[in-house]
Design a protein around this ligand. Structure first.
Ligand SMILES: [Fe+2]
Length: 360
């Protein structure tokens, strides 16, 4: 029997059961969770893969007497563990050479999973980077999840993409990677200052993503309130101001400042400051790349979505209208060069005096 629940399609024989005690908490769920009533004809979605799992979720269903629920696994534990293994290797390396080797190994697996034809979900990299780098107060993840599932899933995806872009650019300082992850996570947090992140605001953001420079036209065409227009224009400052309140979590507090500049454009036509390309640093353009890669919709994780989130989104962005306005040529070239290198490489063999390591 085929089920289709809130955009998730599956057969019952694809589900397995998991006891409430086995559900991992304070992390991102690797599975969709369902309850199937005795009739067996419907499935009720309890939590989506990619959602943050809190103790309250488990407690709620334990109190109702549930001992186990059904799960549809999207990211196999081995897939996120391989990223975690190399992110840890990068973090614990005591010299530059080992950091670079760990970076090469991460990018090799990343390319195999998300640039080639593969059934892997991007969820494995999203979980590994969240667990490794998320350091913001829990109110941030809670507020995203409670207020807008569109912005919640965008934060999860764009922060992971910023880590990948930084590694591709050769950044291997784990403290920098952590900072860029958290800065990216807050990039659009300011949009939640709106009394509600409404449909038109979301349309304007998506228009801006598809046709850089034209998002504001949507708000004006719909005669939106001054509040919505101000939030759209000012959200880079709002996110950065929040980051400044929590600057102790940043190893390099100046990284939090780059949030302010993630909508500036090559010719000075961007917002909120109207700076030109020459005034933008590579860290700013890393956030710009992630922001324009991820659509304004609620991402439903599924097998094989990695190639859609990365390779297909990359091609679409690179060939989109008005793309000349975004200072991204360097990132386009870096991504293409590094992904081609990683795909062509059979595996990465590391020879040192004492050991031989191997990736993929
Ligand atoms: Fe933004």
């Amino acid at each position: 029997m085929e089920f289709n629940v809130k955009g998730i399609s599956f057969r019952k024989d694809e589900l397995s059961t998991i006891t409430m005690q086995e559900i991992e908490i304070n992390t991102i769920s690797r599975s969709h969770f369902f309850f199937i009533p005795a009739s067996g004809k419907t499935a009720i979605l309890l939590l989506k893969a990619g959602d943050f799992v809190e103790q309250e979720f488990v407690d709620k269903y334990v109190e109702r007497g549930m001992e186990s629920i059904y799960q549809l696994e999207i990211a196999h534990p081995n897939d996120s563990q391989i990223f975690t293994k190399y992110l840890n290797a990068l973090e614990n390396a005591n010299n530059e050479r080992d950091r670079r080797l760990a970076k090469d190994q991460i990018l090799k697996v990343f390319a195999d999973f998300y640039w080639k034809d593969s059934q892997k979900s991007f969820l494995s990299f999203a979980i590994a980077t969240f667990d490794q780098y998320y350091a913001l107060p829990s109110e941030v993840v809670d507020k995203y999840q409670a207020s807008s599932l569109v912005l919640y899933s965008r934060a999860l995806l764009s922060s992971a993409i910023s880590v990948a872009t930084s590694l591709i650019s050769g950044m291997v300082d784990p403290m920098f990677l952590k900072d860029i992850y958290n800065a990216s996570y807050l990039m659009d947090y300011g949009l939640l200052e709106s009394s509600d992140f409404n449909y038109v605001l979301s349309l304007a953001c998506e228009e801006e993503r598809n046709k850089p420079g034209e998002g504001i036209d949507i708000l004006e065409a719909h005669h939106r309130s001054k509040e919505d227009i101000n939030i759209f224009n000012d959200h880079p400052h709002l996110g950065a101001d929040y980051a400044q309140l929590h600057k102790e979590i940043f190893f390099y507090p100046e990284i939090a400042e780059v949030i302010r500049f993630h909508h500036e454009k090559v010719d000075g036509s961007g917002f909120p400051e109207g700076l030109c390309y020459s005034a933008l640093a590579d860290t700013e353009t890393t956030l710009i790349f992630s922001d324009y890669m991820v659509p304004y919709n609620e991402h439903i994780f599924k097998l094989g979505d990695g190639k859609i989130v990365i390779k297909e989104a990359f091609e679409k962005l690179k060939n989109g209208p008005n793309i000349f306005l975004l200072p991204l040529n360097k990132h386009f070239a870096n991504w293409q060069r590094v992904m081609s290198w990683a795909i062509e490489k059979e595996n990465i063999v590391i020879k040192s005096e004492n050991q031989t390591g191997e990736a993929a």
